[in-house]
Write a protein that binds this ligand. Structure first.
Ligand code: B16
Ligand code: MG
Length: 218
């Protein structure tokens, strides 16, 4: 029996992927990596230092940057990103998600956030969504990022639920892999070809309802 839901944030609750893209694109230009839509997609759900490593690898410049220089670039990206998200309001909640959260709350489901973002508590607060969630997993507390199952396992643990009692909702391939490896049911939001491994798929957040999930519509 499903008793709880674990939510990814960027790309599921919040329309913030566009801001990550703007901030990383600038770093890519600075280090000489050509920015492509495929590179942008591959960064979804990947933590900050992991994303930077992927951008460096794509440009073939990884060996030119030591740890100290990488940390400087990551700080620069995050400073820019924080500027961009400082203007977030409840209007930036992705379509349909507020009513979906209301539906789940009314039905008595437990809810947690499993975001790779260290900015998640700030963003959830800005969007006015904090009261829906029993807990926001601190990504710094898990041993490995998505696609490792650790963060979605923790999202079930904080609700004191078994993995089989939890549905995880994600917009990234790495995140779907994390949910599946944790032994939870996976709901993918976005391109079916990118999120092939999801148990249930929806094209956009606007399509997500409890009824649709229960009937496993594709
Ligand atoms: P930060 P999610 C992820 O959030 C983003 O998808 C990913 O693009 C970002 O690099 C990562 O958070 C880390 O974010 O730099 O704010 O700590 O999709 O797991 O909610
Ligand atoms: Mg995401």
């Amino acid at each position: 029996t499903i008793k709880g839901f674990a939510f990814d944030m960027d790309g599921v609750l919040a329309d913030t992927a566009k801001f990550h893209t703007v901030a990383w694109h600038q770093i890519a230009d600075e280090i000489g990596t050509t920015w492509t839509p495929e590179l942008a997609e591959s960064l979804k759900g990947i933590d900050r230092m992991g994303s930077l490593a992927l951008i460096m690898a794509a440009g073939g410049v990884a060996e030119q940057y030591d740890q100290a220089e990488r940390e400087k670039l990551a700080v620069k990206k995050n400073t820019h990103y924080r500027e961009l998200i400082s203007t977030l309001t409840p209007d930036d909640i992705l379509p349909g998600m507020k009513s979906f959260l209301d539906e789940l709350k009314a039905a008595g489901y437990q809810m947690s956030v499993a975001s790779a973002s260290k900015n998640a508590p700030f963003i959830i607060e800005r969007l006015g969504l904090a009261h829906y969630f029993q807990a926001v997993v601190d990504p710094a507390s898990v041993t490995a990022g998505k696609p490792d199952p650790a963060i979605f396992s923790a999202a079930a643990d904080v609700l004191q639920l078994q993995p089989a009692e939890v549905i995880g909702i994600e917009d990234s391939s790495a995140g779907i892999q994390s949910i599946n490896a944790a032994g939870e049911t996976s709901v993918g939001i976005g391109d079916k070809n990118v999120l092939q491994e999801a148990d249930i798929n929806f094209a956009t957040t606007a399509d997500v309802t409890l009824t649709a999930i229960k009937s496993g519509w594709h």
